[in-house]
Design a protein around this ligand. Structure first.
Ligand code: NAP
Length: 214
């Protein structure tokens, strides 16, 4: 993969919306991607039942991961996970990728700058991974679809999938499936550019209005 270059954060480049970013990850029921020390053993509580990852991976043409996820995958020697897809590793610091036999390049910049670079190169569907990285792309309004597979375990502390937000982001529930072993997978669409634009106030949890006697 060539041409994925670090961009100056001063340039106000915006994606033209030609590329979609999708999330596909596994969490504990209490919402953690990994333990505080980056270990992932708790994901085995789902008994490793197939739940659509190869099919999802086939649907993307590039993978975008955060530096911390990259380090974990590298240390585990698991780059085969991404098949032959090109992988962009995001980091603001120099990374030595030379020893890794995978289609890897480093990128940095705002999510829109990264999206613009990728779409200019013809990529149309990206798999975005890593908690902080996902949160930044979500806030930029670039995430189109979120598939979370909850593993039946609570771990109490760890690295969260989602974080603090300056505003709500509304999701559209698309489907939920359960698998043998207790995995529960839910798929959501993210509404509009920020997920908050054209949305009416949700009524589901508001108290019903009392009928007044005439
Ligand atoms: N359970 C699962 O399905 C699953 C999936 C993915 C990851 N994980 C695990 O979850 C943990 C993820 O950790 P995390 O949320 O702290 O990190 P992360 O998103 O993997 O990495 C965060 C780092 O990515 C870099 N980064 C992100 N956006 C950037 C941008 N726009 N420009 C430049 N650099 C950017 C920054 O690196 P610098 O600090 O170098 O600038 C940032 O500190 C890991 O343990 C990983 O193994 C689990």
């Amino acid at each position: 993969m060539t041409g994925l270059k670090a961009l100056s954060p001063k340039k106000q480049i915006r994606s033209k919306g030609k590329i979609r970013f999708s999330v596909f990850c596994g969490t504990s029921v209490d919402g953690f991607l990994a333990r505080p020390d980056d270990t992932l053993d708790f994901l085995n509580a789902g008994e490793g039942v197939p739940h659509g990852f190869p099919e999802f991976l086939n649907s993307v043409d590039v993978v975008v991961i955060g530096r911390r996820t990259f380090e974990v995958v590298r240390d585990l020697g698991h780059f085969g996970l991404y098949g032959k897809k090109p992988v962009a590793v995001l980091s603001s610091r120099p990374l030595d990728l030379s020893s890794i036999k995978a289609r890897l390049e480093q990128m940095s910049g705002t999510p829109h700058e990264i999206a613009a670079q990728l779409e200019k190169r013809g990529f149309r569907h990206a798999y975005v991974d890593g908690g902080i990285t996902i949160q930044r792309f979500l806030l930029a309004g670039l995430v189109h679809r979120i598939t979370v597979t909850r593993v039946p375990v609570l771990i109490g502390q760890g690295i969260p999938l989602f974080g603090r937000l300056p505003h709500d982001i509304y999701l559209r529930h698309l489907s939920t499936r359960s698998y043998k072993g207790g995995l529960v997978q839910s798929e959501y669409g993210v509404d509009g550019p920020s997920g908050t634009q054209s949305r009416k106030k949700p009524q589901a949890f508001l108290p019903e209005k009392r009928k007044t006697k005439k």
